[in-house]
Structures are given as structure tokens and as C-alpha cells.
Design a protein around this ligand. Structure first.
Ligand code: FAD
Length: 299
């Protein structure tokens, strides 16, 4: 059987290298202060999709919602081996919480589909909520396997996965189509292929093509149409969709559709207050337990 797979990937601020004020006053991320990277577990998602395509045949499409520069992670996915990519970009998508994000991604999946599998990372390193994958499955009305560490098999329209749970694994089987969220231990993402890099570094979105011609005011539609057709033929066209291209309610996307507001973030640094030796005897342990009860740590 061959599998048509959609992977959702997010461009995130590199939270290990914060170079300025991380948040803006409105509680959204100050992306200008932070170098942007491919969300790490979404690379595991792309790798899983490519490995499944190699096992069963099919097609891998990678999509992201973000600012125009998020096209960079789509090019990276093409370097790794993805067949097609879609950028969802529109000022009206900005400031989305998980509710608005999953609503928008669901609309994009419906427009791009149908798919046998939708794959997300477990969580993004900026919001860290791990809510988007499960919410997306609900909105698409398909079953979900979360924290997937391995896809054991896909046979007769059913997928069998090994999912991480506290202290172990569980094996879950689901009919297709279904959604997976993937953990880092699932695989080691392959690096960009050198030949693919040389080929796909020229892949562009419509906005990037317009920018080559000096911007949005460029009016020679024939030249644009010819260039677009040539790029499409060579697989160098990154689809770019705005809110107008999706069947979405403007009140359910971006800031307008987001009840969650991040008021502030705090950098919490845990510092030890020294240590205390407890003798490995019954008396030593009884003394420690009494102390913990007295300090209301144990009850
Ligand atoms: C500090 C901070 C705290 C936040 N807290 C909350 C909160 O409590 N509640 C809330 O609703 N929002 C919150 N947000 C907003 C949140 O970052 C955005 O809603 C974001 O668009 C999606 O949530 P996430 O990053 O937590 O994604 P997660 O749910 O962690 O992402 C899981 C997976 O979904 C996919 N995915 C997520 N976003 C995209 C995208 N834009 N394009 C493609 N694929 C995507 C990826 O595969 C990703 O690995 C917070 C943001 C910040 C910066």
C-alpha cells in the first residue's frame, strides 16, 4: 500500500539562544530577538514520514503556518526528501493560540488532502503545550496516536504504533487515516542531502518570486505565470496559502480566534540551598521523614 502523508512543522525561536527581549508587550514572541530554527521534534516527524514512504511508497507533503521566513524550514524539508510543501502565511494568522492554530491547520489539511496519515511533532519548543496535534485530530475527526516512538507496521488500512507512556510503552492500533505526534526518540533525522540542497535551494513561494521582481507591485502577470509554471514543473514551487485560500472563519484564526493570552514569561533558575547528609540507617531515614512532614513537604 502507498501512503499519502502530511507533516505539520513549525519554525520556532531557538530558545537555547535568546539574544534579546524574548516576549513583546502584547505577550507574543519577539521573533526578531531570536534565531529561528526547525522545531526539533518536527524534524523527527519529517524523518518518520520519509522512512514510511521508503517502506510503503507514497508522497510526503510538509506544511507550516508562520511568517514568510518560515519558508526556510520548508526548503529544509525538501532537502531532506519531502515531495511538496505548503506555507500558510497571512497577517491574520498571527498571534494564534493552539485553538486558532489547530483550526487553521485543519482547514489546510482538508484543502490539501485527503491523507492517510497526518504527522506532528509532540510539542513545539516555544509554546510547549503539545496541544496542537491532539486538537487537530479532533477537528479532522480522525483517531490519534500520541508520543509515538515507532511505527511498527501499516497493513490492511491499519497502523500499529509504539507510544511512550510514563515508565514504559503501549502498543496502539488504529485505522487509517489517523494522526501521530512523534517524540524525539523515534529516530535520528537525516541531514539535508547535498544534491537535493543544490536543487531545492531555488524553491520559492509566490511572495519570494514577486520579491525577485521588486515586490508586490510587479504587474507582468505573463512573466509570473511562465516562471511559476516552470518552477512547478521542476518541483521548485512552494505553495503559499493565505486565509482567503482556506475556508476559514476570520473570527476563528490568529489573535481574533485566540482566547489564550500570554501575559508574561519568567526565567526560573532553580538554585540549591546546600545539601544535607542523611546517614543510611533507620534512625537517619526516620529523622528525614519527620523533617519533611514538619516542613509540609510530606503529609
Ligand atoms: C511562552 C508561551 C506560552 C504559551 N502558552 C500557550 C497556552 O497555554 N495555550 C495556548 O493555546 N497557546 C499558548 N501559546 C501560543 C502557542 O505557542 C501557539 O498557539 C502556537 O501556535 C501553537 O502552540 P505550541 O507552540 O504550544 O504547539 P504544540 O502544541 O507544542 O505543537 C505540537 C506540534 O503541532 C505542530 N504545530 C504547532 N504549531 C504549528 C504551526 N504554526 N505550523 C505547523 N505546525 C504546527 C507541530 O508539528 C508541533 O510539533 C504560548 C506561546 C508562548 C510563547
Amino acid at each position: 500500500m502507498s501512503l499519502t502523508i502530511l507533516v505539520f512543522a513549525k519554525q520556532v525561536p531557538d530558545t537555547k539562544n535568546i539574544t534579546g527581549k524574548a516576549m513583546k508587550d502584547d505577550g507574543t514572541v519577539n521573533r526578531a530577538a531570536l534565531p529561528a530554527i526547525f522545531n526539533p521534534e518536527d524534524l523527527n516527524g519529517v524523518e518518520l514520514a520519509l522512512a514510511l514512504r521508503e517502506r510503503y511508497g507514497g508522497k510526503v507533503v510538509v506544511a507550516t503556518m508562520g511568517p514568510p521566513a518560515a519558508a526556510n524550514i520548508l526548503r529544509h524539508a525538501l532537502y531532506m526528501g519531502a515531495d511538496e510543501s505548503i506555507l500558510l502565511t497571512d497577517r491574520r494568522f498571527a498571534g494564534a493560540d493552539t485553538l486558532a492554530t489547530s483550526y487553521t491547520l485543519a482547514a489546510a489539511a482538508r484543502k490539501a488532502g485527503p491523507f492517510d496519515l497526518v504527522i506532528c511533532g509532540r510539542q513545539a519548543i516555544d509554546g510547549d503545550t503539545a496541544q496542537v496535534g491532539p486538537q487537530l485530530a479532533e477537528k479532522l475527526n480522525i483517531p490519534q496516536l500520541i508520543y509515538v516512538a515507532e511505527v511498527e507496521s501499516v497493513e490492511a488500512g491499519r497502523l500499529r504504533g509504539r507510544c511512550l507512556i510514563d515508565g514504559g510503552y503501549e502498543i496502539i492500533e488504529s485505522p487509517l487515516p489517523c494522526l501521530l505526534t512523534v517524540v524525539a526518540e523515534a529516530n535520528v533525522p537525516r541531514p539535508a542531502g547535498a544534491r537535493r540542497l543544490m536543487q531545492y535551494k531555488r524553491a520559492v513561494t509566490r511572495s519570494e518570486l514577486l520579491a525577485r521582481h521588486g515586490g508586490r507591485d510587479y504587474e507582468d502577470a505573463n512573466v509570473l505565470a511562465e516562471e511559476e509554471a516552470s518552477l512547478r514543473r521542476r518541483g521548485l514551487w512552494i505553495h503559499e496559502w493565505t486565509a482567503g485560500d482556506l475556508a476559514v472563519d476570520p473570527n476563528r484564526i490568529g489573535m481574533a480566534g485566540s482566547p489564550t493570552k500570554v501575559k508574561a514569561i519568567q526565567s526560573v533558575v532553580l538554585t540549591g540551598k546546600g545539601s544535607k547528609q542523611v546517614p543510611p540507617t533507620d534512625e537517619g531515614i526516620a529523622g528525614l521523614v519527620h523533617e519533611l512532614i514538619a516542613e509540609h513537604i510530606l503529609s
